[in-house]
Design a protein around this ligand. Structure first.
Ligand code: FEO
Length: 408
């Protein structure tokens, strides 16, 4: 097959796979595709770091074969057991017959439980070093970033951090290096990945970044398992991670809603108008026009989230229930919030939304606001005033003033 390996440094090659067509990654809309990165270290002990999704096994082997015979691989390291990186592992073990396969102690368990392997995998502990002859790998456990088994590997002599999912993004391109791509595209896809995969673990990320700084290990290249490799200025993606993990609120309001007969839609647009009148950035996202993962990307740096739903059969509209469930799992922190919606005869939805948002630790700016059937001019004026109020309380919070007029 016509696949090439790409050289990173004197002794290291990218030998992964490009998935140009995947559009749904366990519920995350990958509208730019993704890559499954694997790396070949040409040390005395030839080492493969991570594999690929099982359906891309032949692409991995073809890329390796442009550098060495796959059977010449001595060691395989599995930094992360999720199947987009380990799916091909059992077949690669059969082809390569490596001397040893390594994973974290939790990774050994996870791989055995996934693949029921009749093969001994060697467990590595936090801080262990593996001698490859002329080169050395050091391992750091990164439990719950984002699985219990997760670890990163550092090639000491070449100053490369193989960071598995960390610092990655779902982005399929012909270019392999971040310095070959538009920085705004990198920031957008990096933020989407962080918001949808890593956000629940933001406090652990800050601790890990502090730990890496304290270790004082020079990192010239960050080689993640998805998306481009950071061979120049890896500090850029590290500083973005620090920013996103701190979750400091920006003067930005995201209005997320769905609608049946446009009543809730009219309310959403009037609230947005009020936010904009206060000079605060606003995003209006109807759920049947926007995927939940794109909504989470916008919520990542927003200071306030306003959610609206019509009342359907005494409850939430299904897309709004889906969004709330998804958002709850991702545990965003430090947001102001408000709920709204139009209704026909019972009108439970805004109250249910408000309870969900409070349960996520959000600070409610106003009581849930509901309008019967179609909002008239008075109701739309009230929505505009609510939008202004959300924006004003947010500006006050950002400027360090007390959040006057907030709702308990
Ligand atoms: Fe890319 Fe957690 O797998």
């Amino acid at each position: 097959m016509a696949f090439n390996a790409v050289r990173l440094t004197e002794n290291v090659y990218w030998v992964g796979a490009i998935d140009w067509t995947v559009r749904d990654f366990h519920g995350y809309s990958t509208n730019q595709g993704t890559t499954y990165n694997a790396y070949l270290v040409l040390a005395d002990k030839i080492t493969l770091i991570d594999t690929v999704k099982t359906s891309f096994k032949d692409e991995l082997l073809a890329r390796i074969a442009t550098v060495i015979k796959p059977e010449d691989i001595d060691y395989i390291i599995s930094n992360h057991a999720e199947m987009d990186h380990s799916g091909a592992l059992p077949e690669i073990i059969n082809v390569v017959k490596p001397e040893k396969v390594f994973a974290s102690v939790m990774g050994v368990k996870a791989l055995k439980e996934h693949f029921h392997l009749d093969y001994e995998i060697t467990g590595l502990k936090d801080g262990d070093t593996l001698n490859l002859g002329n080169l050395n790998l050091k391992f750091l456990e990164t439990r719950m970033l984002h699985w219990p088994d997760s670890m990163v590997s550092y090639l000491i002599e070449e100053k490369i951090l193989f960071s598995q999912d960390g610092f990655g993004m779902h982005l399929a391109t012909g270019e392999r290096f971040a310095d070959e791509l538009d920085p705004s595209l990198l920031r957008q896809e990096g933020a989407k990945y962080f918001a949808n995969i890593l956000l629940p673990y933001a406090p652990l990320i800050l601790k890990l970044l502090d730990r890496i700084k304290a270790l004082n290990i020079p990192i010239e290249t960050i080689a993640p398992d998805h998306g481009p490799i950071w061979r120049k200025g890896p500090g850029t993606i590290v500083s973005w991670y620090e920013e996103w993990a701190r979750q400091e609120p920006k003067a930005k309001v995201v209005i997320v809603y769905d609608t049946m007969w446009q009543g809730t839609d009219k309310m959403a647009r009037a609230i947005a108008d009020g936010v904009a009148l206060e000079g605060v950035e606003v995003k209006v996202m109807k759920l049947r026009a926007n995927d939940r993962s794109d909504v989470m990307m916008e919520i990542l740096d927003a200071g306030a989230v306003v959610i609206g739903s019509p009342t359907l059969n005494n409850g939430l509209f299904p897309t709004v229930a889906d969004m709330l469930t998804y958002m709850k799992g991702l545990k965003p922190k430090g947001k102001l919030a408000m709920a709204f919606g139009s209704y026909g005869w019972s009108g439970e939805a805004p109250r249910i939304i408000a309870e969900e948002l409070k349960g996520m630790g959000m600070e409610m700016v106003a009581e849930p606001y509901k309008v019967k059937y179609v909002p008239d001019q008075n109701a739309l004026d009230a929505c505009q005033q609510l939008g202004r109020k959300v924006a004003r309380v947010l500006k006050g919070k950002i400027n360090g003033k007390s959040g006057q007029s907030k709702c308990s």
